[in-house]
Ligand binder design. Structure first.
Ligand SMILES: [Cu+2]
Length: 75
């Protein structure tokens, strides 16, 4: 996929351990802080996050690590 001439990847990861809006905000913040991530949407009840990122700058492993480091679990 391509947006504005840049290649973009959209991936969804499943996250366990989010209990409230605070957790949701924590995860959002952790993912948004990663270089190359342009958009993140965390679905609290659906236990998932949809991330739009530049695959040349960011990668799924670092995104998953940020979530784990924030105290949540990737499933
Ligand atoms: Cu919480």
């Amino acid at each position: 996929m391509c947006i504005g001439g840049k290649s973009v990847r959209i991936d969804t990861i499943n996250i366990e351990g989010m209990m409230c809006g605070h957790c949701q905000a924590n995860v959002e913040k952790a993912i948004a802080a990663i270089n190359g991530v342009s958009k993140v949407e965390v679905d609290l009840s659906g236990k998932k996050a949809t991330i739009t990122f530049d695959p040349e700058t960011a990668n799924l492993d670092s995104i998953k690590k940020a979530v784990t480091d924030a105290g949540y679990k990737i499933i």
